[in-house]
Design a protein around this ligand. Sequence first.
Ligand code: ZN
Length: 682
Amino acid sequence: MRKELILSLITSAAVGVSSYASTEKVSAVDDFNYTLEQFADLQILRYKVPGFEELDLKQKELIYYLTQAALEGRDILFDQNGKYNLRIRRMLEAIYAQYPGDKENKEYKELETYLKRVWFANGIHHHYGMDKFVPGFSPEFLREAIAAVNINTLPLADGQSVDAFCAEIFPVIFNPAVMPKRVNQAHGEDLIVTSACNYYDGVTQAEAEAFYDAMKNPADATPISYGLNSRLVKKDGVVMEEVYKVGGMYSPAIERVVYWLKKAKDVAENNEQKSVISKLIAFYESGDLKQFDEYAILWVNDLDSRIDFVNGFTETYGDPLGMKASWESLVNFKDMEATQRTETISNNAQWFEDNSPVDACFKKEEVRGVSAKVITAAILAGDLYPATAIGINLPNANWIRANHGSKSVTIGNITDAYNKASHGNGFGDEFINSDVERQLIDQYGDLTGDLHTDLHECLGHGSGKLMPGVDPDALKAYGSTIEEARADLFGLYYMADPKLVELGLLPSAEAYKAEYYNFLMNGLMTQLVRIEPGNNIEESHMRNRQLIARWVYEKGQPNNVVEMVNRDGKTYVVVNDYQQVRQLFGELLGEIQRIKSTGDLEAARKIVEAYAVQVDPQLHAEILARYKKLNLSPYKGFVNPVYEAIVDNNGKIIDVVVTYDEDYATQMMRYSRDYSTLPSIN
Ligand code: ZN
């Protein structure tokens, strides 16, 4: 599971905030350039890897090998996202490298932007919205540009002419009716046939479901994640899997991943980590999902290593049926100082549970806080690049989570880069009510945002209990909104508790106001910048935030606790009484916990439909217009740092040096040159 970027992260307007933990290492006077470029609806950022230099040589070497293994999987994701993606990317890259014409020409510029979007999305569909990109250049221009490049650099199929290539590829790029959506979730349609992703070929949804239903044994207490690492195809009328493994599908890329993992294994920090890497290699070699589970169990039990990684077929968001996993990698090491913060929270989990404002019968007698690690990302790759999550909670298999636990991490340096990049971007000046709130947020916003995330992850999700006999899925489609609201409210309620100051987690008794203001402003208005005009709110984190903010706004009206005022046609959120806001958060937490604990589907439906879904069209239009003027990008992604291994005369690594000066296009072209082993057609 991925933790989603909370939009309030882009709201703070401070320059040079000093705060605790991971952000403290980046000094207040920070001349690092966090922002690189902007195009379409995207902004490219850079992140630092604080603490890398202080690692010892063996640790640096391990990270180096793991980053190489991470980069080798890039082509896999392109192909998983759509079967024409590699061909389109390579064709565009050939033009980008060789175009002899005027590069200031409008059509060329449009082609360049299109390629940058393809790089960003790892394919021709929007990474978040899933819709196919609309090219701003003409088929005629593309045909001319193709004719101008060396034919040997074009990704033609065996014996294919350039004309035949264009006839095959152009409809995929230009015809809006061809592969319009990467992942289609619309009810009532064949989700496989209508989705452009490449996890299935020639099979219908019914055939795929029948294929996997036949494999599953509902009585199995340790069920295999069937389908996770394969494409399902129909060959000669037979439905069968093409397994991603050495010697199977995507073998050339997987062999390279394995090559670097073997080197990593030799410099592992300890025996536990060595067996984790060995088991992953074995899984890549066999494709056997039983070994994948064994690997996941070893991985979740390795808590001592400073360096950690994700590498493989992991998340299933890219498959409309939610079974097949996209390839991703993240290499990281523990941020010792910031992890202290989550350990403090976790060590006090019972106190928080005992003092929470929910009915005693819904509380856990014995609660164990999750000790969320704060990590420093060293590289982002596959489905975590360039757009990334700010935290990860793995493994995904429920039975492994229940029997062996899970690792929940927050990526400190990424969160920090988002914060730093947003300072001074004008967002706060536009939407925050006054200098009073602005100052609070400047001073405490980054820290309280991090802390709220920690409370949400370490305590919120793990708090409370179900009444005997209540089905965990009783809340059906409303379940995830209610669950996110529960975790957010638990954190919000405690943000204002003196206990946090006492534990040294907050520097002052009023710091929490920064998060309260940010949260309410976001939930009442500013998160709407992510919604297209005319649409309602669908995503469960966004629903949860609006639910909380609207409920508190409405219930506080008799006492004027929170207002929405209008000045010169602009709406602002005003918080008149922060302590009453806290009381209301507590009340709502009590009700949300009751709904969860008793499985009260009717109450869940009512509260979600009443507060979380509908958008006020007038306010929405106003927010969109104000946001548009700021010329900010709703989506952000990162370039990676560059790691260079310094070797002696015998080829032995004597140091690994990290630099940050590579730009977006240079990095993408380098990756396509150095880490691109798959054929164009797989
Ligand atoms: Zn959550």
